[in-house]
Design a protein around this ligand. Structure first.
Ligand code: GLN
Length: 231
């Protein structure tokens, strides 16, 4: 039987993610205990509130469990708060799984645009897709192994590093199922071993290593994303 895709169901938008996978015929498991990570093809850490998620994750060894799941070859994806939990460095500083070599800043779109809907440009997923941004974070730096899968206003909003996928918006709140299809496909491809996704995550950059572009944008308020990179 096909291994199910997990959705971390501690807090936030897990029900809509589970429904999105069911819509496209992918078996789903809502995961509330670390033991339920066993045998998953992948997992989505949904949007919600990363601080609340971190608090709820204190009850069990979630970080160990999720890292082990990743090491076993599963896809680990995060949307919005989930992307925050995956990133190596979070601003303002808070603990994270550090499976994605990125710097991310929480609630970084400013007050007036705390929440908005937009079309994002996602050539890697077959074209533009609808996106809902809710008190969304922004990537402030990506290390060289991180591939940009979608952009909004020139900024990366969906990225992948090996089997780790992170998205700053809520794809599950729209009718687009492109990301869920992509995740299921990535997990299947990985299982069949058809492409070179099975190399382990590249070694972590040493502390203080310089990201692939300057963080000038983060300091000046501009987005600072060179369009030459992974356009
Ligand atoms: N602002 C939230 C946080 O910092 C994320 C918002 C979301 O997941 N929609 O965790």
């Amino acid at each position: 039987m096909r291994a199910p895709f997990g959705v971390l169901a501690l807090q936030g938008g897990f029900a809509a993610h589970a429904a999105a996978f069911r819509d496209i015929g992918v078996p789903v498991r809502e995961v509330r205990r670390v033991a339920e990570l066993e045998g998953l093809a992948g997992i989505v850490i949904p949007g919600g509130e990363s601080t609340t998620l971190l608090n709820l994750m204190r009850d069990e060894p979630w970080f160990d469990g999720l890292r082990r799941l990743h090491d076993s070859g599963a896809v680990v994806a995060g949307t919005c708060a989930g992307a925050i939990l995956l990133s190596r460095e979070v601003r303002p500083r808070q603990p994270s799984l550090a499976l994605l070599d990125a710097v991310i800043e929480r609630n970084a779109w400013g007050r007036q645009v705390d929440s908005f809907e937009a079309r994002v440009d996602a050539p890697a997923l077959g074209g533009p897709m609808d996106a809902v941004f809710i008190r969304a974070p922004r990537f402030r730096a990506l290390f060289p192994d991180v591939e940009v899968l979608a952009r909004y206003a020139g900024e990366p909003v969906l990225v992948r590093q090996g089997r780790v996928v992170a998205c700053t918006f809520h794809p599950e709140l729209t009718r687009s199922r492109g990301l869920h299809r992509y995740l299921a496909g990535l997990a299947q491809t990985r299982r069949r071993g058809l492409v070179g996704l099975d190399r382990n995550r590249s070694p972590s950059p040493p502390p203080g290593a310089v990201p692939s572009f300057t963080e000038r944008g983060a300091r000046t308020g501009g987005h600072g994303w060179p369009s030459s990179r992974q356009a």
